[in-house]
Design a protein around this ligand. Structure first.
Ligand SMILES: NC(=O)c1ccc[n+]([C@@H]2O[C@H](COP(=O)([O-])OP(=O)(O)OC[C@H]3O[C@@H](n4cnc5c(N)ncnc54)[C@H](OP(=O)(O)O)[C@@H]3O)[C@@H](O)[C@H]2O)c1
Length: 367
């Protein structure tokens, strides 16, 4: 018998505040034959965590406790007899666990899961770099699976053919998703031109990450759309983008889409992961007043350009590539701040500002 206290950040629905709940579990009996138990050491927070809580209406969701969290890094401390040999005791693992209003989430000290179902899970080895000089390997490796996977999916899922003549525009160049996307674009796919839109204060920082051109969205003299049209005319000889990737929530390019995106028969794409406007993740009435435009646009058969509003899927591919890029130093996630598990409310607030510069991570090593 090895009884422990499982501590998790949970809620019932959007009228209950998140809180730490505890229950006793027996580590020797709490898992099935096809499951592993991971002692979580760190878990990164994503906007989707707040979003799933805010949209969890008491009218449509169960009365059971739901656990927050998708990203994680920890150590396998138990394994079932039918678990694949790949998952061995004492191995360090990280990943992202996709769920909606699930009883299981990763903001818990003991995470029990079937790794074949999680799919986006991998073992990781310690690495020495400027980030691990400052943060431990669990904090670093919990910070990237979801955002790296999302940046990866924007570039791979539509089977676009990339080369040095390709051009992409990323709306929201400072988001963690965009900062992963630009590294993959430059280091792996050799995409010739990556343009980003961000706050003027972030231009130098984002340029160092690989963006070729950056346009400030807060330049009062030159608004974003005319600035991008000018770039196409003056710098690209009129050549438009193969991909517009919106990682923040915007609709400003739709009126001029034929002037910024190549024709649809070239497999050019407009992909958004955030819809038509920056969302208030804390708005509890979000579900009721959800903007349907992105969904209607996605379904519209008369649409004149390729458009998708996507959700990250569970895949091993991006876990493998992310681990390789971290090992060889071609991608380093950015970490905004690290909070103790018990200080989760402050960490959640930081995410909800939309102003975090990198990932906000919960340190769970001492619980
Ligand atoms: N569909 C999916 O599967 C999926 C997956 C992951 C994320 N998402 C969504 O994608 C978005 C980004 O996620 P994330 O975790 O990467 O975000 P994040 O790192 O928390 O993004 C914060 C950054 O957003 C930028 N920003 C805020 N307002 C902006 C604006 N009006 N225009 C341009 N940039 C702005 C800020 O940079 P500046 O200083 O430059 O303003 C800030 O540094 C979120 O809405 C999230 O919900 C969706």
């Amino acid at each position: 018998m090895s009884k422990v206290t499982q501590r998790s950040i949970t809620y019932v629905n959007n009228s209950t505040e998140p809180s730490i709940t505890e229950r006793e579990i027996d580590l020797d009996t709490c898992y099935n034959d096809d499951e592993i138990v991971i002692k979580i050491h760190a878990a990164a927070i994503n906007p989707v965590d707040s979003l799933t809580h805010s949209t969890c209406s008491g009218y449509i969701c169960s009365k059971e406790l739901k656990t927050y969290g998708r990203d994680f890094a920890g150590v396998i401390i138990r394994r079932g007899s039918k678990v694949n040999q790949k998952w061995q005791l004492n191995e360090n693992v990280n990943g992202q666990f996709k769920h909606l209003w699930g009883a299981k989430g990763t903001f818990t000290n003991y995470f029990i899961c079937n790794p074949d179902q999680v799919k986006s899970i991998n073992v990781f080895k310690p690495v020495k770099n400027e980030l691990t000089e400052k943060y431990n390997d669990f904090i670093v490796n919990s910070s990237w699976p979801l955002v790296f996977g999302t940046g990866y999916s924007a570039l791979y899922d539509k089977k676009q053919k990339w080369n040095k003549d390709s051009k992409i525009l990323i709306i929201g160049a400072s988001t963690s998703v965009a900062l992963a996307c630009v590294r993959i674009a430059k280091e792996i796919l050799n995409i010739g031109t990556v343009v980003g839109i961000c706050n003027s204060k972030q231009i130098e920082h984002n340029k160092a990450k690989g963006f070729d051109y950056l346009v400030a969205y807060n330049n009062k003299e030159k608004p974003t759309v005319p600035a991008i049209l000018e770039l196409i005319k003056e710098q690209f000889n009129g050549e438009k983008f193969d991909l517009i990737f919106d990682s923040v929530g915007s609709s400003e390019f739709f009126p001029v889409i034929q002037d910024v995106l190549k024709p649809s028969n070239t497999n050019s794409q407009y992909i958004t992961i955030a819809g038509d406007k920056v969302m208030d993740f804390k708005d509890k009435t979000l579900l009721g007043k959800m903007d349907m435009s992105p969904f209607l646009r996605k379904l519209n058969p008369l649409r004149k350009f390729n458009y998708d509003f996507t959700m990250l899927d569970n895949k091993f591919d991006y876990m493998e590539l992310g681990a390789k890029m971290i090992q060889d130093g071609t991608y380093l996630p950015e970490i905004d701040s690290v909070y103790k598990f018990d200080d989760f409310e402050m960490a959640f607030k930081r995410i909800d500002t939309h102003m975090a510069k990198g990932k906000v991570v919960l340190d769970m090593s001492d619980i």
